[in-house]
Design a protein around this ligand. Structure first.
Ligand SMILES: Cc1cc2nc3c(=O)[nH]c(=O)nc-3n(C[C@H](O)[C@H](O)[C@H](O)COP(=O)(O)O)c2cc1C
Length: 354
């Protein structure tokens, strides 16, 4: 497949198809990454929900199965200072649910964590030398970023505004992921915490393309070949697709998440900070409806979810995060390999026709 109109990302990342199977912490499996690679796309392994040992195991598995370039993805937030008063207020707000569901309010609150990119994670990058490293929430401190770049890895990160895209280019990104408001999972927002700055991909993408010189990857609401053709027409060199891959058998999703993905309408997702403390898009469920999807009492990222864990154990559908993007109704039950190949073939057929 060499008839793509813009080969900048293909050349930069060493892939055949301008599709990045999105990193989705908790949901992406090594089988998904391997299958995406086999189909010619860039498979992405997210690290945020893994311990260092689990990450090493995952990368060993992928490297044994595939010689293709891979992306390893990290969150690069600063762990927050402890705030017992805020944690207590948050748990107290949830107390009626503990009573209703029979969860033990007085038991120690479980820890909800997301691993930040740090010294130990950097050592894994130096050991495995993934061809691509992508970050969410900006970039790590310069000394760590320099070490990543010294391995030869191409560095990507998500921009949710034009300002963030310019910042990422100035700080050394080789390509920028333009993340529209439609996208599932955490917003990559990092220069501001004002959600009014967050705009749709149709408006964001061409303005980022105009503002930076590096290639731009479109993410958010791209769910089928039409979306890819549109993104390419708006100046993207590739797309990053998440939600559509949640429908594949390679995705690791809970029973409730699996059901919600197949039954929710496009209008039934919202940005919420309840599950981690940072805004992320998921399918609206009981706790989001009743507490408000954005609640100022939620503790700082990534700790908010701890107090919800005992409730999730009692009512998974009502109290767990059901991450999904606005294009969820375009999702189909199809394997990662077939989805990737079909998308590529359909896009090429559409491009040829025009
Ligand atoms: C379940 C889920 C988990 C996600 N986790 C991550 C992650 O760990 N790292 C990251 O950079 N982006 C994460 N994202 C965002 C995706 O990488 C991607 O940008 C987004 O899914 C694209 O929008 P779409 O869902 O409309 O396709 C996640 C998205 C979803 C749906």
């Amino acid at each position: 497949m060499s008839t793509w109109p813009d080969t900048r990302i293909l050349d930069l990342l060493g892939i055949d198809v301008p599709i990045i199977q999105a990193p989705m912490a908790g949901a992406t499996t090594t089988a998904m990454v391997i299958a995406a690679n086999q189909a010619g796309a860039l498979g992405s392994m997210p690290a945020a929900a893994l311990s260092i040992e689990q990450l090493r195991d995952a990368l060993n598995t992928i490297r044994q199965a595939s010689a293709s370039p891979i992306n390893v993805n990290f969150f690069c937030h600063q762990p927050p200072a402890a705030d017992n008063a805020r944690d207590h207020r948050w748990k107290t707000l949830l107390e009626p649910y503990y009573r209703e569901l029979g969860a033990d309010f007085d038991a120690l609150t479980p820890v909800s964590n997301r691993a930040p990119f740090d010294e130990a994670a950097c050592k894994v990058v130096e050991e495995f030398r993934p061809e691509v490293v992508s970050f969410h929430f900006g970039l790590p401190e310069k000394a760590l970023l320099d070490r990543v770049k010294a391995t030869g890895a191409k560095v990507l990160s998500s921009a949710t505004t034009v300002e963030e895209a310019i910042w990422l280019e100035q700080h050394g990104c080789d390509a920028i992921i333009a993340m529209g408001i439609e996208a599932g999972g955490h917003r990559g927002i990092f220069l501001s915490d004002d959600l009014d700055t967050q705009i749709g991909l149709m408006a964001l993408l061409p303005q980022i393309v105009d503002a930076v010189k590096v290639p731009v990857i479109a993410a958010g609401g791209v769910g089928d070949a039409r979306g890819i053709v549109a993104a390419l027409a708006l100046g993207a060199s590739a797309v990053q697709i998440g939600t559509a891959y949640l429908f594949t058998p390679e995705a690791n999703v809970s029973v409730s998440h699996h059901y919600a993905l197949r039954h929710a309408q496009a209008s039934e997702t919202a940005l919420t900070n309840l599950f981690t403390g940072r805004p992320a898009r998921g399918i609206v469920n009981r706790v989001m409806r009743e507490l408000g999807a954005i609640n100022p009492s939620a503790p700082a990222f990534p700790t908010a979810g701890g107090a919800l864990m005992p409730l999730k154990a009692k009512d998974e559908a009502g109290f767990s995060n059901l991450w999904a993007g606005q294009a969820l109704r375009l999702g189909r039950d199809i394997s990662t390999y077939d989805l990737t190949r079909q998308l590529a073939e359909q896009v090429l057929a559409k491009i040829k026709r025009h």
